[in-house]
Design a protein around this ligand. Structure first.
Ligand code: ADP
Ligand code: MG
Length: 281
């Protein structure tokens, strides 16, 4: 049995259809990269899996460890072993990282570490991630740089030790050394827990450090092509236009040619508009 089975998942935001039939199977220990341009629905997929109320699931199934996830609240999903690292982590004024992390570990893992034990664990992991020494005594994400916020998401991953991690643009805003540092910690969790990863990104760079078993191309709310790691290189070399060579998966899904080419035109426009720098998204 797969760890996660996504079956023909459709979701909309404010009445607008965003996910248009996602089918994906993820086994324990597997790394799946979802690559696609901005606006293709990568974050929406992650948010729907984690239980965010922003998007409404209209049809489809989400089976996790054989159980339907859709009826569960975000905290119940977290206790079952689903974790999300947000593309845009929010700041929470008045809540210290120490309290936030300790409560999260207690609620999700059912463990009750002493304050001293917990401080030791967090300090050591924070050091591994090159987070500031006073990190634990800061308000959640307040005053952290973009890269530090991302690394703090990875620290949460390592404390909560889920069976499935949804990593949404975990590399955005990070310089190459930080990508290496964050990836090493993701890999450590994955190795120690036989964790499964769904990694959303539009850059191939992070995939050099968190090596995918499968790469899926997402375009306009659909997975239009799936393959091995070589697909990421193909995308980088040829751009998403390479998809114009209609993949079997597109035909299989019955995407109309006109609709498909409209997406490609939109995609090219977005590419042209995009500032060619690291991060964003
Ligand atoms: P990606 O992560 O691939 O860049 P997103 O999932 O963020 O894509 O967005 C997919 C589509 O959903 C976009 O058209 C975006 O404008 C829309 N969308 C996402 N979040 C919201 C929201 N909170 N309200 C309205 N539209 C949204
Ligand atoms: Mg996104």
């Amino acid at each position: 049995m797969a760890l996660l089975e996504i079956k023909d998942l459709h979701a909309s935001i404010g009445g607008k259809s965003i996910l248009k039939g996602i089918t994906l199977s993820v086994n324990a220990g597997e790394v799946h990269a979802i690559m696609g341009p901005n606006g293709s629905g990568k974050s929406t997929l992650g948010n729907v899996l984690a239980g965010s109320p922003v998007a409404v699931v209209t049809t489809g199934q989400l089976l996790f460890k054989g159980e339907e996830l859709l009826s569960l609240s975000p905290d119940e999903r977290a206790r079952k072993g689903v974790f999300i690292a947000f593309q845009h982590p929010i700041e929470i004024q008045g809540l210290k990282f120490h309290t936030f992390l300790k409560r999260a570990v207690e609620a999700v893992r059912g463990e009750k570490p002493t304050v001293l034990e917990f401080r030791k664990t967090v300090a050591s992991r924070a050091a591994d991630l090159h987070l500031p020494a006073d990190f634990e005594d800061r308000d959640v994400n307040r005053g952290l740089s973009g890269g530090e916020k991302k690394r703090s998401e990875v620290l949460q991953l390592n404390l909560l030790r889920p069976s499935l991690a949804l990593l949404d643009e975990i590399d955005s805003g990070l310089d190459v050394d930080s990508v290496k540092t964050a990836s090493a910690e993701v890999n450590r969790w994955q190795r120690e827990n036989n964790g499964a990863v769904i990694l959303m990104t539009h850059y191939k760079r992070v995939l050099e450090f968190i090596e995918p078993d499968f790469v899926h191309v997402m375009l306009d709310g659909r997975i239009v092509k799936s393959g091995g790691p070589e697909l990421a290189s193909e995308i980088e070399a040829e751009g998403y236009e390479a998809l114009a060579k209609l993949s079997p998966r597109v035909e299989e899904k019955g995407v109309g040619k006109d609709e498909f080419y409209t997406s490609l035109i939109k995609l090219n426009k977005e590419k042209a508009d995009r500032v060619p720098s690291v991060g964003g998204g």
